[in-house]
Design a protein. Structure first.
Length: 61
């Protein structure tokens, strides 16, 4: 069985978090980044707090 791991991507803009999420879900990294930005703006900037946490928690590829 091939287990998928949530890892930070080498295709990075800042830290590879959104790229890693896109790799995990087999999605387009640009779409994930755009969706993350829109959700961050629309949800009282909770994404600003979540991104550094994910940066620390997600291991490097």
């Amino acid at each position: 069985m091939n287990k998928k791991l949530l890892l930070r991507s080498q295709d990075r803009v800042i830290a590879g978090v959104c790229g890693g999420i896109a790799d995990y879900f087999d999605a387009d990294p640009t779409l994930v980044r755009l969706l993350y930005a829109v959700l961050t703006i629309c949800t009282a900037f909770s994404g600003i707090l979540l991104y550094p946490i994910l940066w620390i928690i997600m291991p490097e590829r």
